[in-house]
Design a protein around this ligand. Structure first.
Ligand code: CP
Ligand code: NVA
Length: 306
């Protein structure tokens, strides 16, 4: 995996399909314990939003590789008191080997990447969650043997996860259907980009009809109806999103072998029922575990082994 050394990973289209496939292969080898890569470098975590999975999986990945992690919590570093991003970035690059950032605005992440001449990873922004979708792709590949031609349905809010999922599916030759309330569709730029990547060879469908989107689909995916930063509108969103809840009734329309994914954290009784997340189709715990394996593969390939 020489090709990714020194690069940033700010969104899913920073990788091409063969690079994603190679990453998934490396992740599978790491997961099976077949690769013992060591990489004694230092990762900085700069998270402006809460995180369990991303924070812990990046940290454990780095520790298992033999590297170190520094938590640059904005509450205890000067960037949280208004030190300019450009200044912080130019200092951090002198200490760290790689930086994973979780922000609100994609623009802020991009500014870090411009000023820090070390690899910068998108650990979630309001625009995309690409590390999540690498783990989702690994999970789907494990369940179906390959990715090409698999149909994925996302139900709920057209948010960061929906964006990365659309791009990831289009890149890997998969069909993607996104069912949202009319006012909560993914942004047009992402939809156009996904359609261009798919080139008419695979489906990129937007709809407000959850049943039509679910019909015969093999992967049913949902996420919270109100993302971090949208807490004020959480209550008003509930009745609007109710028809898009992933429940047993909706799943009767899916492929008989369909699996259910959720990036977590989940709001049981809102976007997904307790019965479904705990049910036989649910692969959410494998999906969460795969964050560790794909991010370890990503770290190795962006840093280069030493
Ligand atoms: N799915 C995900 O990114 O979870 P965290 O917010 O806990 O990191
Ligand atoms: N869309 C959610 C994902 C959390 C992992 C959020 O941004 O809060």
């Amino acid at each position: 995996m020489e090709a990714l050394t020194g690069r940033d990973f700010l969104g899913l289209t920073d990788l091409n399909p063969s690079e994603i496939q190679e990453l998934l292969q490396l992740a599978a080898q790491l997961k099976a314990g077949k690769s013992k890569i060591q990489c004694s470098k230092v990762l900085g975590l700069l998270f402006y939003k809460a995180s369990t999975r991303t924070r812990v999986s990046f940290s454990v990945a780095m520790y298992q590789l033999g590297g170190q992690v520094i938590d640059l919590d904005p509450k205890i570093t000067q960037v949280g008191r208004g030190e300019p991003v450009a200044d912080t970035a130019r200092v951090l690059e002198r200490y760290l080997d790689i930086l994973a950032i979780r922000t609100y605005e994609q623009k802020q992440l991009e500014t870090f990447a411009v000023y820090a001449q070390i690899p910068v990873i998108n650990a979630l922004t309001d625009w995309e969650h690409p590390c999540q979708v690498l783990a989702d792709l690994l999970t789907i590949q494990e369940c179906f043997g390959s990715l090409g031609g698999v149909t994925v349905t996302y139900l709920g809010d057209g948010n960061n996860v929906a964006h990365s999922l659309m791009l990831g599916c289009a890149l890997m030759g998969m069909n993607v259907r996104v069912a949202t309330p009319p006012d909560y569709q993914p942004v047009t730029d992402i939809v156009e980009q996904a359609k261009e990547i798919a080139g008419g060879k695979t489906e990129v469908i937007l709809t407000d009809d959850p049943v039509a989107a679910t019909k015969d689909s093999q992967v049913i995916y949902t996420d919270v109806w109100a993302s971090m930063g949208q807490e004020d509108s959480a209550e008003t969103r509930i009745p609007i999103f109710q028809p898009y809840q992933v429940n047993e009734q909706l799943l009767t329309h899916a492929d008989p072998e369909a699996i259910v994914l959720h990036c977590l954290p989940a709001h049981r009784g809102e976007e997904i029922t307790d019965e479904v997340i705990e049910g036989l189709r649910s692969r959410v715990w494998d999906q969460a575990e795969n964050r560790l394996h794909v991010q370890k593969a990503l770290l190795v390939s962006l840093l280069g082994a030493d």
